[in-house]
Design a protein around this ligand. Structure first.
Ligand SMILES: C[S@@+](CC[C@H](N)C(=O)[O-])C[C@H]1O[C@@H](n2cnc3c(N)ncnc32)[C@H](O)[C@@H]1O
Length: 223
């Protein structure tokens, strides 16, 4: 499989032409510029201008469900990888979860609320080197190459993480959005547009299997 796997689509070609050569990182243009053609155009706790409303409380409760399904053990509960402004971490902490976050974006972390900021750090996914019982990762691995995804999923397993709660848009979903000419679904920073079966294969190859609402380490029975 190619390391970077982007799919051709007429709507993407049209959008690339409209965006031109303008390239940004995970900064103001990506999160909060109301006039940007790409990005969130205003990333807030109740949602964002590009995609609409969002319920971080409900997302936090899904993570709590995954955590509660595990046997009780000591250790930090949750790391939200790619936590942006820390909204999910804030909700998890309000639910008495020992939650932490990391994100590559100094811009986003710098705009986290003061009460959650001490629990967030500017760090890339490949710099995670401590054990958290649950890794939450939503909309972040699309910005990694296939090799980086493999490495991250393998490292979470090696570190002893007990569950991964993950959401990444599949190619099937993206194609629906592109066909509907949804501008919010054009993202020049994306490195992956992978079918659902390929995502599943990457998790499986790194030693994870599906459980209710999450991925858990696959137990290989002795033959
Ligand atoms: C689509 S946003 C999702 C933010 C948040 N997880 C959510 O669900 O709203 C992607 C986030 O991933 C972060 N990110 C991208 N590449 C990363 C990397 N290699 N390591 C850590 N964070 C990364 C970006 O800065 C951004 O905050």
């Amino acid at each position: 499989m190619d390391d970077i796997n982007l799919v051709d689509h007429p709507f993407k070609r049209e959008m690339a032409g409209r965006v031109g050569g303008a390239v940004h990182g995970f900064d103001h243009a990506y999160f909060d510029d109301p006039d940007a053609l790409t990005g969130f155009r205003g990333y807030r706790e109740d949602g964002n201008t590009a995609e609409g409303r969002r319920d971080f409380r409900a997302e936090a409760l899904d993570v709590v469900a995954a955590l509660r399904a595990l046997p009780a053990r000591p250790g930090p509960d949750v790391l939200d990888v790619g936590c942006a402004k820390g909204f999910l971490v804030q909700h998890l902490r309000s639910l008495s979860v020992d939650a932490w976050g990391c994100d590559v974006s100094e811009y986003a972390i710098g705009r986290a609320a003061p009460d959650v900021r001490p629990f967030l750090q500017v760090a890339r996914i490949d710099q995670v080197d401590a054990t958290y019982r649950v890794i939450h990762i939503c909309g972040v691995m699309i910005y990694l190459t296939v090799g980086e995804i493999r490495a991250a999923l393998g490292r979470f397993r090696d570190l002893g993480c007990e569950a991964i709660v993950s959401y990444e848009p599949t190619l099937e979903r993206l194609q629906e959005w592109w066909d509907a000419r949804d501008e919010g679904a054009f993202d020049p920073l994306r490195k992956q547009e992978l079918p659902a079966a390929t995502w599943d294969g990457l998790f499986h190859a790194a030693g994870w299997e599906r459980a209710s609402g999450c991925w858990v380490p696959r137990v290989t029975l002795p033959s």
